[in-house]
Design a protein around this ligand. Structure first.
Ligand SMILES: Nc1nc2c(ncn2[C@@H]2O[C@H](COP(=O)(O)OP(=O)(O)OP(=O)(O)O)[C@@H](O)[C@H]2O)c(=O)[nH]1
Length: 378
């Protein structure tokens, strides 16, 4: 639904270093209903581009509304996860009512490994199941499946910690980071709407200053949803935009500031350093900000996700994860790999492109969605 946000990336540039010279007054703001709305001084808005973005935006959101009406409620997790490699391979493995023996455990191991569960998590799971099999805690394949379900849930329980916004921290600052195209901007849109609907005053910072259309797209989205967006021209210093946004958020009594950043490869050390800079600059205004650094991971990425979490954690001190695109072709297993390797909370998962498809991570629903339904495991 938010496909209009995915646009060609402008060539990467070195961000301007002078943070101090950028003031809130220079920020371009999209604030349809609020009192403060400064026109852009450095980059005049392109009315043609803006109107195209707005048309695309309204079409996308109309589609979302239609699908929500059709479903008369949220599509369930199983519906969204049934296409994943883990769901499909476990489904076909257990559907043939196999005998409980070592060969079945071997097949299970292969299914887990090929679905990106990763070596460490797979070993832990298999060890647990073997021990329980030896103790005769179960005697057939259905029993093994029930034990697997329990082991998967146990693995995920510690990382199912939802993001809570304490009222005493105001503005609560969320910095959103990740590699290119993982769904950062889409996630920000969904998150902003969710928190706005929960009654919070939300402000967005268009810190993705590398992608030429990103700023306009975020502004157009903000305009439609009555959420202000602080931005500067494309190519501006991301740290400066986010610094301005925090100042604006403080003066406007905002509850939640969500800052977008440009996609970057975890191997690009210069760009990774920029994230550290953003954090340093924010700390000048509020030593505790950002209060949450959300790393967005594309669920189809596979084991590379593990490297991404490692590198982004070093550069930006990641405090929570969002795993997107678990619908469709994702293998699903990466969530277990991340749980075992890092223990970082998974705050949300993306089960589709619609506004309703960003869900708080629910391990029981997730595991039930991955395991075969026909064997009474729900
Ligand atoms: N199927 C599916 N698609 C998603 C999900 N989340 C995001 N997308 C799509 O992923 C694509 C990329 O999303 P963006 O939000 O533009 O990604 P980004 O990380 O901001 O991209 P860059 O700014 O280029 O780094 C868009 O087409 C989104 O609609 C999801 O949970 N499921």
């Amino acid at each position: 639904m938010f496909k209009f946000w995915k646009k060609d990336r402008a060539p990467e540039k070195t961000p301007a270093a002078d943070v101090a010279s950028d003031t809130p007054e220079n920020a371009v703001q999209t604030l349809p209903t609020g009192p403060v709305q400064a026109p852009s001084t450095d980059v005049p808005p392109d009315p043609a581009e803006a109107s195209v973005a707005l048309v695309a935006d309204s079409v996308a959101l109309e589609k979302v509304d239609e699908s929500e009406t059709d479903n008369s409620g949220k599509p369930n997790w199983r519906e969204r996860l049934s296409g994943s490699a883990l769901s499909r391979s476990l489904g076909s493995l257990f559907a043939r009512k196999p005998k409980l023996d070592e060969a079945l455990l071997d097949d299970l191991e292969t299914a887990l490994l090929t679905a990106d569960v990763g070596v460490s998590a797979t070993e832990l799971l298999l060890e647990n199941l073997r021990q329980r099999m030896r103790k005769r805690e179960f005697a057939d394949a259905d029993g093994l499946l029930a034990a697997l379900r329990e082991a998967l849930l146990t693995m995920l329980a510690p990382i199912a910690v939802p993001l809570r916004i304490p009222t005493e921290i105001k503005p609560f600052v969320v910095l959103v980071v990740g590699v290119n195209g993982v769904g950062k901007t889409t996630t920000i849109g969904k998150l902003a709407r969710r928190h706005q609907q929960e009654g919070r005053h939300v402000l967005l910072a268009a810190g993705d200053t590398f992608r030429a259309a990103a700023v306009e797209q975020l502004k157009a989205w903000g305009m439609r949803n009555q959420i202000a967006v602080i931005s500067q021209g494309s190519g501006a210093d991301s740290a400066s935009v986010i610094f301005d946004a925090l100042q604006a958020a403080t003066s406007r009594n905002v509850d939640l500031l969500i800052a977008d950043t440009a996609g970057r490869l975890h191997t690009q050390s210069g760009l990774m350093d920029e994230l550290s800079k953003i954090k340093r600059v924010l700390a000048k205004l509020d030593p505790a900000a950002p209060h949450e650094v959300l790393l967005v991971i594309d669920g189809t990425t596979g084991q590379n996700a593990v490297n991404q979490v490692r590198q982004f954690s070093l550069a930006a001190g990641v405090t929570g994860l969002v795993v997107t695109k678990l619908d469709g072709t994702a293998k699903g297993g990466v969530v277990f790999a991340l749980a075992t390797e890092f223990g970082l909370p998974i705050r949300y998962v993306g089960l589709g492109e619609g506004l309703d498809d960003l869900r708080e991570f629910d391990p029981a629903a997730f595991v039930a969605g991955l395991l075969p339904a026909n064997l009474g495991v729900e």
